[in-house]
Ligand binder design. Sequence first.
Ligand SMILES: [Zn+2]
Length: 205
Amino acid sequence: MPPISLLCNVLRSQAPNEPNTLTIPSVGRVSWEEIFHKHCHRPASDLLWLATWDRLPVGQPVANIAPDNTQCPWCPSIKHNTLHLFHQCHIAQSIWDTAHMIYTEGTHSLPPPQIPDSSLSECQLRLIRSIQSAVLTTLWNAFTSRAFGHDPTPTHHDIADQFLGRLLHLCTLDIHLDPLTPWIKPTKILSLIIIAKNRYTPPSP
Ligand SMILES: [Zn+2]
């Protein structure tokens, strides 16, 4: 993870009827422009919109529904919240690490900076926002399948496979929209997912 992971914070506005200022370190400051940017895929936009209003059903509000009560499904000792789900959890960290590998391979550059970054091309920004969208929706679906579907807690292996499916889907869409979007080839995406699966080690209990 880049050093920005040290900056994790959720800043809450005191003004009533105003959205919170949300920062997810691997996404950056979640502004309205970013949430509704044309590169951001709609399911991810919806998640970010709810997150900025602190309205994602996670933690205490779903304690009576979720099998894990208020706790993270993958971290039984940790109370769940939006920042944990999308950034602090070891599952999230692994998926973001994989996302960074895919971006770096595609652009031959360092892991993605926070956006918007005016030094990046439109193609690079499209790639970043697509990969971010894939991460956010993958993590959210993994959580909801457990919390609301009452499925067994998805394994890292399962989640990595879901992530792969979303990446391949968004890659196809983006290349159709702009062939210069620097996605790596699907076979290379697959090989990075396999590397991520092999690298992953769950934290000791
Ligand atoms: Zn966790």
